[in-house]
Design a protein around this ligand. Sequence first.
Ligand SMILES: [Zn+2]
Ligand SMILES: [Zn+2]
Length: 116
Amino acid sequence: MRGSGEWQKTQRSDRLKRIEEYNKNPKLCKLCGKIIPYDKKENEFCNLKCSGLFNQPPKEIPNCLWCGNKVRSVRQKYCSVECSISHKLKLRAEKIINDGKSIGFEQIKVNLSMFK
Ligand SMILES: [Zn+2]
Ligand SMILES: [Zn+2]
């Protein structure tokens, strides 16, 4: 089997060359932007998690519980700190009212400068 070792060596360096070429202009994961390895260059994503997340329908951005504007991300309930505090104060005021104590929400003024 003379020569087969030589052949394997050429094959390997060809592959390394191709990988080197590929790495100069690699394919990037469509979701996270990571480089997709040469061996997986047929894939659109770096891993199954990314492809799964990408194929999920985008979640609807909810409205602010206080003012009704769209919030910035699906995890948020309020569009701003002010809205979050205003709503919490109102809930607290309502609770106090329900507990039979005479305090109206109108009496509570949110000092917005406190949060800047
Ligand atoms: Zn990815
Ligand atoms: Zn809001």
